[in-house]
Design a protein around this ligand. Structure first.
Ligand SMILES: Cc1ncc(COP(=O)(O)O)c(C=O)c1O
Length: 234
């Protein structure tokens, strides 16, 4: 058996290796999570993180893995029975579909071969056929970690706009943010879902939603989150 010295440098899509600078910062003494130092730090971070998403709008940070930010994106913008349009680009798109179903959403799941990203033309066709605008959101995985397939988000936005459809655009950037060019505002994304443990090279456990004005407006009438509070155990 060969002995191995030095640090094991595991190269997988994530969790990625965390730089020493970050690891050292994590060994600092705990600060009071209700004290002024923590709120000042949080406010600074909420501002400083915006360029990473390419947004001037708000970014929400969750103490959850990326899956928690998926859930937040759905429950804060949609209501029970709303229809969402998803595309089978791989494993994670399929899991996102399953979550939408388990939350009580209706899902149009466009089959795919796991070798191609979401086709903007297919988005345009589906939305053009939805005359009564029952589709409330289009969910796209920017980079399918399971296959390396990437979807062209700017073109998908143009397809939505060209069909004159008001659906929100929700994008999973869990393995793309920090690794592949991404522009929340310029590409007209409504909710960008991200996680800490891949391109951002942080430990797992934090996740993010960058939100557009339109998504904030949708959250005012969304009832999916509220329906959990109304739920009573039998
Ligand atoms: C594209 C994508 N979406 C969602 C997830 C789920 O994120 P998490 O494991 O942080 O909950 C992953 C994790 O690998 C992912 O790569």
């Amino acid at each position: 058996m060969t002995s191995r010295t030095g640090r094991h440098f595991l190269q997988i899509p994530g969790p990625t290796n965390v730089p020493d600078q970050v690891l050292r910062a994590m060994s600092a003494p705990t600060i009071d999570h209700r004290g002024p130092e923590f709120s000042a730090l949080t406010l600074r971070l909420l501002d400083a993180i915006k360029p990473v998403f390419g947004t001037a709008g708000p970014v929400v940070i969750y103490p959850a893995s990326g899956t928690g930010a998926w859930e937040a994106a759905l429950v804060n913008t949609l209501s029970p029975g709303d229809r969402v349009l998803c595309f089978e680009t791989g494993h994670f798109a399929t899991l996102w579909r399953d979550m939408a179903l388990s939350l009580g959403l209706e899902v149009d799941f466009v089959p795919g071969d796991w070798r191609h990203g979401t086709d903007p033309e297919a988005v345009a066709q589906r939305l053009a056929a939805d005359h009564t605008h029952t589709v409330k959101a289009v969910c796209v995985v920017h980079n399918e970690t399971s296959t390396g397939v990437t979807s062209r988000i700017a073109e998908i936005r143009r397809a939505i706009d060209a069909s004159g459809h008001p659906a929100l655009l929700l994008v999973d950037t869990i393995s793309s943010l920090g690794s592949i060019d991404y522009r929340h505002d310029e590409w007209g994304v409504d909710v960008t879902v991200a996680g800490s443990q891949k391109g951002l090279m942080l430990p797992p456990g934090l996740s993010f939603n960058a939100v557009s004005r339109k998504a904030l407006d949708a959250s005012r009438t969304a009832r999916l989150a509220k329906s959990f509070w109304d739920w009573q155990p039998v």
